[in-house]
Design a protein around this ligand. Sequence first.
Ligand code: CUA
Length: 156
Amino acid sequence: MHIHKLEKIWLAIGIAMLALFLTVLGISTFAFGMAPPGGHHAIDPEKAQETAPFNSLGLKKLGDNSYEAVMLAFAFGYEPQTIEVPVGAKVKFTLTSTDVVHGFAIPRTNVNVMVIPGEVSHVTHTFDEPGEYLILCNEYCGIGHEIMQAKIVVKG
Ligand code: CUA
């Protein structure tokens, strides 16, 4: 009888410890989901398309042959898919991702940045040579990674 009671107490303590452990685990998971340590969330990735400047995608004229290209990266593509600029155009790319981490690289240029959900990436390039420039994703992002691309047409 006495031993039986002691077992019950230990069982109760065990359950209490388990409950406490799961609560702590749950709270930390929740906290990490809300705000990863060290990460500043500029925008909500799921609402990126409704958040300025990404609520108005595409090319904006900033000055004399100077533009801003506002683009979204997502699995598995970019929006807009094609950007057209005159030769010599200086383009400031403003980028974010609506889902996972993507890349934004333009071969034959020094453009190569990570596009992180919740954050805004910038990179600027002047297109001195006419032609077609591919934008490629260089961060593995899933099954469609290899086909994720867009295009910049520089008109001479
Ligand atoms: Cu997007 Cu790889």
